[in-house]
Design a protein around this ligand. Structure first.
Ligand code: PTJ
Length: 249
């Protein structure tokens, strides 16, 4: 693969990880990602390394439960921040279509220029409608002080289920208090987000998002969705992920 300034040899032992890193750097240069997003990615990389840079069996179960939950929901919303827009805009749009979900831009380091850049990136990948940009984010999540409290009244505010890739813990806790079902994608099984969410997919967003779209497509129209969500135990999934990281299984 050729990247602006360097060529990463495809047989480099860390090639995949280096490509993903470059996607973030490109996203940063294009105004999608904040510098803090690069730091957050570095943290994610470390957990990904520990989990073996693969979607584990337990993560596959979480993905199945998350896909079923999205399909069961009447107003599901996918929340998109800078890192997610840089890493997987195409599969966000694909999942939204398959699961009948809305897409909303919601960023921690909020500027209108970034909101618009993220919206444009999603539209470039086929999104027809992107919520939460500029004055559209006129509703407030109670008890939340960060800029993430501003949400679209037709999107996250009214949602029954919110998918939050790469999240900060405060908003997950606030959304759960609002009785929303929260699905998180977070490589850190110890984070507040992971522990507060109803379903946490401990996996890299670059693998989890396409897998979610694929599983949702397979599950669409099947009868067993409620059984799948009822049988999922988030605490167990987090513990199993941690055990894998510690090399205990
Ligand atoms: O675009 P903005 O303004 O909303 O800012 C986005 C960041 C990511 C900077 C912001 O949400 C933030 O500060 O996040 P945190 O609190 O650092 O949390 C990010 C979490 O995502 C950490 O637990 C990381 O381990 C995890 N993470 C990082 N990269 C990935 C990841 N999880 C899944 N896939 C990744 N690629």
């Amino acid at each position: 693969m050729h990247i602006d300034h360097i060529a990463i040899p495809s047989d480099h032992p860390r090639a995949k990880s280096l490509y993903i890193r470059e996607m973030l750097v490109k996203g940063f240069r294009r105004g999608l990602v904040v510098p803090e997003g690069l730091i957050a990615h570095g943290r994610g990389e470390a957990y990904d390394y520990l989990i073996g840079e693969r979607t584990t069996k337990t993560a596959q179960r979480a993905i199945k439960a998350a896909a079923a939950m999205l399909l069961l929901s009447s107003r599901p919303v996918i929340s998109v921040n800078g890192n997610t827009a840089a890493l997987c805009p195409n599969t966000v749009v694909e999942l939204a279509k398959v699961a009948g979900a809305s897409i909303e831009v919601n960023i921690f380091y909020r500027t209108e220029a970034r909101e618009r850049a993220i919206k444009a990136e999603l539209e470039l990948h086929g999104a027809k409608k992107v919520l939460g940009v500029g004055s559209k984010a006129s509703a407030r999540i109670p008890e939340l002080q960060s800029e993430r409290r501003r949400v679209d009244p037709d999107g996250i505010y009214a949602a029954d289920t919110v998918l939050v890739p790469l999240e900060d813990g405060d908003r997950t806790e606030a959304l759960v208090k609002m009785n929303k079902t929260v699905i998180a994608i977070d490589l850190n099984p110890l984070s507040r987000t992971s522990r507060a969410a109803n379903i946490t997919i401990v996996d890299n967003v670059v693998r989890a998002m396409p897998a979610l779209a694929e599983v949702a497509r397979k599950l669409r129209g099947t009868m067993s969705l409620k059984k799948i969500t009822d049988n999922f135990d988030n605490r167990k999934h987090l513990q199993e992920s941690l055990k894998i990281m510690k090399g205990e299984v």
